[in-house]
Design a protein around this ligand. Structure first.
Ligand code: CMP
Length: 138
């Protein structure tokens, strides 16, 4: 998994922001987040490149990143059994981040893949900041 040490940039309006936003909106678990949370998440994501056959997520490990596939092809496996494939515009790795559980499946790059990542600490601080900002309104 990627290492920390990045920054958030709301000015860059990176070309992937639309794809990332739509991926988050299409995810059953992430779609419940507020629009402001989603915007900040997009601003704080950074790109990682995985080569063919490289593992993105290992089942059973603690998870510290949430991902969005921008380009490439991934496969999802559980107990060595293929569950399916992921195509660009898919958000994944949300379960361990949201529910503080172990990774429920293995995710592997089939081809070279461009993946946007958000680390748990940044995710949590976004949620905290927005909650505080809301409290201050009252
Ligand atoms: P997480 O458990 O954090 O890490 C593995 C990810 O794979 C998981 O979050 C989901 O995003 C994804 N995932 C789990 N089960 C399936 C499935 N049956 N089909 C597609 N994706 C899955």
């Amino acid at each position: 998994e990627p290492t920390s040490g990045h920054f958030c940039d709301s000015r860059k309006a990176h070309p992937m922001s639309k794809l990332i936003n739509e991926a988050i909106m299409n995810n059953d678990f992430l779609m419940k987040l507020e629009p402001q949370h989603m915007r900040e998440m997009v601003d704080c994501m950074y790109e990682k490149i995985y080569i063919a056959n490289q593992l993105v997520i290992q089942e059973g490990e603690p998870g510290n990143y949430l991902y969005v596939l921008a380009e490439g092809l991934l496969e999802v496996m559980q107990n060595g059994k293929l569950l399916g494939q992921m195509r660009p515009g898919t958000a994944f790795g949300e379960l361990a981040i949201l529910y503080n559980c172990k990774r429920t499946a293995t995710v592997k790059a089939v081809t070279q893949s461009y993946i946007w990542a958000l680390d748990r600490q940044t995710f949590q601080s976004i949620m905290m900041r927005s909650t505080q900002a809301r409290h201050e309104e009252y």
